[in-house]
Design a protein around this ligand. Structure first.
Ligand code: CCH
Length: 288
């Protein structure tokens, strides 16, 4: 018995640049947070893939099992139902695309449209049934330290440099007390992909927030920006910190490393034979 649905998707026939453009069209949303769904789509693509375990080849972006409880109710996934619901009209307009490809593509669209690097993308993910869902606890816990980060990311097959590169996605979006208990954005431009996360981490003075909520840091000067305990350890760990410094000084280097690491993240758990077409999508502002 295979938990993956037997019917192969009809990829290859879909015009993925067209789907890219349709997703790009719905990103701006003035009723949402900082005006863009890009950050939450990026988080959806990451949480759908970040369940991967290379030892057992389970989890990963193939499957889109977050459609089902209990995975949809895992604490780490709190709030992501909004992202899934906002993508339903795109699925309805393109019934041939699998949810797993759609969520992954939405992450790529968001990063590119918010000014980030081009992320090479390959379709062909297949949706699975609820039985293929991974147990709770595969995604990182923001209250813990570097050992935990390594346990989680080494399990997926990432190294220290890639852990730091991926963490730079926290230039985007914010924490919501009703989702995670934490509060606030990491940078002053939460809808732009920049190396601002690394710059803020290095340049600001971070102090523990005085509140009843979970332990987090705020910048001493304004109190407007935040860091999670797992963000803060990137400064303290002697193998992580040099990458924080390099990425803060060189946005191009970070863009390159982030593009590779995010592509790798999106490929976790997806069977490939090496002959697949790799897409490099044009940003909507390059198409005019
Ligand atoms: Fe993250 N992230 N993330 N994160 N994350 C949160 C929000 C975003 C951790 C914890 C949290 C990555 C790595 C980690 C995004 C992308 C990535 C939140 C707040 C927590 C908590 C959720 C809320 O309250 O809504 C931890 C721990 C790690 C450990 O490494 C990686 C990797 C990525 C992508 C590559 C994005 C984007 C957000 C903002 C979402 C939004 O709604 O604004």
């Amino acid at each position: 018995f295979s938990p993956v649905s037997p019917k192969p998707p009809v990829h290859g026939e879909l015009n993925y640049q067209k789907v890219y453009n349709q997703i790009a069209d719905i990103l701006e949303d003035n009723d949402w947070d900082d005006g863009s769904l890009g950050p939450i789509f990026t988080r959806l693509a990451w949480h759908a893939s970040g369940t991967y375990d290379k030892a057992t080849n389970t989890g990963g972006s193939n499957g889109a099992t977050m459609r089902f409880a209990p995975e949809s109710e895992h604490a780490a996934n709190a709030g992501l139902s909004v992202a899934r619901a906002k993508l339903e009209p795109i699925k309805a307009a393109n019934p041939e695309i699998t949810y797993s490809d759609l969520w992954s593509l939405a992450g790529v669209v968001s990063i590119q449209e918010m000014g980030g690097p081009t992320i090479p993308w390959i379709p062909g993910r297949r949706d699975a049934e609820a039985i293929a869902a991974t147990p709770d606890g595969r995604l990182p816990d923001a209250t813990l330290g570097s050992k935990h980060l390594r346990d989680i990311f080494y399990r997926m097959g990432f190294d220290d440099r890639e852990i730091v590169a991926l963490s730079g996605a926290h230039a985007l979006g914010r924490c919501h007390p009703k989702n995670s208990g934490f509060d606030g954005p990491w940078t002053t431009s939460p809808t732009l992909v920049t190396n601002g996360y690394f710059k803020e981490l290095l340049e600001k003075k971070w102090v523990e927030k005085k509140w009843k909520g979970p332990k987090q840091y705020v910048d001493k000067e304004t109190g407007d920006l935040m860091m999670l305990p797992t963000d803060f350890v990137l400064l303290q760990d002697k193998s992580f910190r040099p990458w924080v410094e390099k990425y803060a000084a060189d946005e191009k280097l970070w863009f390159n490393d982030f593009a590779s690491a995010f592509h790798k993240l999106q490929e976790l758990g997806v069977p490939r034979n090496g002959s697949e077409k790799v897409y490099h999508f044009k940003r909507t502002d390059e198409q005019q």
